[in-house]
Design a protein around this ligand. Structure first.
Ligand SMILES: Nc1ncnc2c1ncn2[C@@H]1O[C@H](COP(=O)(O)OP(=O)(O)OP(=O)(O)O)[C@@H](O)[C@H]1O
Length: 204
C-alpha cells in the first residue's frame, strides 16, 4: 500500500490554497500535515479522501499492484473529521449497523460491540448520540472509520474534543494502523507531530 502525490495544487474558484505538493507515503508510515488555520490541511485531506478534486497534479493509491484514484478508493479509506456527521437520533450501535450495511459489510453485533469497546464506548453503545458528549461522538467516528479495517486512515484533527483516555485510544489506533497500512493526519496541535514519520508544513 502506497500513496503517491505529485505536483498537487488545490483551491476554491480562482483562489489557490495548496500549491505544488509532492510526496510518497508507504505502508507503516504516518504523515502529519501541519500548518496554521486556513492553510489547506482539511482541503488536502478531502482530496486524499476523494471528496474533492485537485486543481492540478495527481494523487493516487497503489494497492495490490493496482492504482486507485481517491474517488474510487472508498473501500480502502477510513475517514475521521469533525464534520463527519452521524445520526444523532440513533444509538452508537445502530449507527455502526447502518453504515456497515451501506458499505455492504457483514459484521456481527459482537464485532460491532468489540469495536465500541476498543474506542472506549463499551457501555454507551445503546445510548442515542443525542446523549453523547462531543468527545464520545469523536470516539464513535473512529469506530465508524475502522468498520472495514481500512489500509488508509485519514484523520482530520484526530484528538479534538478528546480527553486523555480518548487521546490514548487514538495512540493505540495509530499504532495498529502502522501494521495495517498508512495514516495521514491533519493538525495544528504540535503534540501530534510525535506521530509523524514525515511532516508536511503548509502555509509558509
Ligand atoms: N468549500 C469552500 N469554499 C471556499 N473556500 C473554502 C472552502 N473550504 C475551505 N475554504 C478555504 O480554503 C482555505 C483552507 O481551508 P482548510 O479548511 O483546508 O484549512 P485548514 O488548514 O484545515 O484550517 P483549520 O486549521 O482552520 O482547520 C481557507 O481559506 C478556507 O476559507
Amino acid at each position: 500500500m502506497q500513496l503517491h502525490v505529485s505536483q498537487l495544487s488545490a483551491g476554491y474558484g480562482a483562489r489557490t490554497i495548496v500549491r505544488d505538493i509532492s510526496f510518497t507515503l508507504h505502508r507503516g508510515e504516518v504523515l502529519v500535515v501541519s500548518g496554521p488555520n486556513g492553510s489547506g490541511k482539511s482541503t488536502l485531506l478531502r482530496i486524499l479522501a476523494g471528496l474533492q478534486a485537485p486543481a492540478a497534479g495527481t494523487a493516487y493509491y497503489e494497492a495490490g499492484g493496482n492504482r486507485f484514484d481517491p474517488r474510487d478508493a472508498r473501500h480502502l479509506i477510513g475517514w475521521v473529521a469533525p464534520d463527519l456527521a452521524l445520526y444523532r437520533e440513533l444509538s452508537g450501535i445502530e449507527n455502526l449497523r447502518f453504515f456497515a450495511r451501506v458499505r455492504g459489510l457483514a459484521i456481527s453485533d459482537a464485532a460491532l460491540y468489540d469495536l465500541l469497546a476498543q474506542v472506549g464506548l463499551g457501555k454507551r453503545g445503546d445510548d442515542r448520540l443525542a446523549a453523547y458528549s462531543s468527545g464520545m461522538t469523536q470516539r464513535l467516528r473512529y469506530a465508524f472509520a475502522l468498520l472495514h479495517r481500512p489500509p488508509v486512515l485519514l484523520l482530520d484533527e484526530p484528538t479534538v474534543t478528546l480527553d486523555e483516555r480518548g487521546a490514548a485510544v487514538v495512540d493505540q489506533i495509530i499504532a495498529e494502523q502502522r501494521r495495517r497500512g498508512l495514516t495521514v493526519i491533519a493538525t495544528n496541535d504540535p503534540r501530534e507531530l510525535r506521530y509523524a514519520d514525515l511532516i508536511l508544513r503548509l502555509g509558509g
